[in-house]
Write a protein that binds this ligand. Sequence first.
Ligand code: VTB
Length: 344
Amino acid sequence: MEATLGLEIIEVVEQAAIASARLMGKGDKNEADHVAVEAMRERMNKIHMRGKIVIGEGERDDAPMLYIGEEVGICTREDAANYCNPDELLEIDIAVDPCEGTNLCAYGQPGSMAVLAISEKGGLFAAPDFYMNKLAAPPSAKGKVDIRKSPTENLKILSECLDRAIDELVVVVMKRDRHNELIKEIREAGARVRLISDGDVSAAISCGFSGTNTHALMGIGAAPEGVISAAAMRCLGGHFQGQLVYDPAIVKTGLIGESKEANVERLQSMGITDPDKVYESEELASGSTVLFAACGITPGTLMEGVRFFHGGARTQSLVISSQSKTARFVDTIHMFEKPKYIQL
Ligand code: VTB
C-alpha cells in the first residue's frame, strides 16, 4: 500500500494545504475549509484506488464533498473497468481533515494543517461526530500512562518514563471552559500547560517526537480528529487513548445532540454498545497497514507552513507509515508557472 499510495497521499495533503494557505489570515474559516476540501478531493480522485471516506466533512446532507461514505479514486468511476483490474483492486478507507484548525488558518495562527489517514477497508474506526477525551504521550510512556488514572498520577508516571522532573513537562490542553479543572490539576501537580485555541491533532502527534517540547495532550476534542491522531500515534508507537464524550453537559460547544440518552441511542444504532469504552490507538486505527500524511498550512511544531514565492510555493509534509516504520518529512517546491527563481 505504501509503495502505491505513499507519494500520492503527500500530494493530496500538499494540494489541500496550498489551497487553504491562499486564504490564510483572511478571516473566513469556511472558505479556507471549502477550498481545502475541493483540492483534496480533486487530487484524491486521480489516485488508482477504490477509496471510501469514513471520517470526513460530515454526513451526506451536511457536506457536499468528502462526506462520510463518499467514494473516491479512479476505481470508483463508472468506467472503472477500463482502468482497474478487479483482482488487484486497492480498497481503502480514508479519514480526512482537509483544514484541521480552520480558525488557526483563518486568523493566521500557527498549527493548522491538511491531514489524512488511510488503511485497508475496515482499518479505521468510523468515529461518530461526537467528542473524545484524549490522552497522548511519548512512546516511552505507552501503556504506562492511562486515561483512567488522574492527571496527577499520569504526570508522575510520565516524569519517570521521560526521566525528568514534573515541572519539566509540558502538557497541551485546549483552552475551553470544560478544561478549567483539568488545567488547575495539571498546574497543581507541578507541570506546565500550553493552552491552544484549536488543533489538537498536531498537539497529539507532537508527543510522538522528542524535541517538540510537548509531553502530553490531555482533554476533550473532537472524536474524528482523535482517530486521525491515533493513526499517527499507532505508527509512531506513541501512546494514544480516547474515550467518547456524549454528555452535552460536559461539552457545551459543537453539535453533540441535545440529550445524553438520545446520544447513547445514536451510538448504539452505530454498533457502539459500550459508550464509555476506552479505545487504544490500535483499536482506533486497527488496520494491518496504516498511513498518515499531513502538510502544514501555517507553521507549527512539526512542520513549516506553506510559503509562496513568484510562480510557486514550498511546503513541508510529514508521512508516517506502519508498513515501513518510517516518519518522513518531505520538503517540496511546487512550480505553478515559469518561476523567476526557485527559492531554496
Ligand atoms: C476540536 C479539536 C480540533 O476544533 O474539534 C475543536 O479536536 C473544536 O472544539 O483540533 P470545540 O467544539 O470545543 O470548539 C479543533 O481545534 C480544530 O478543528
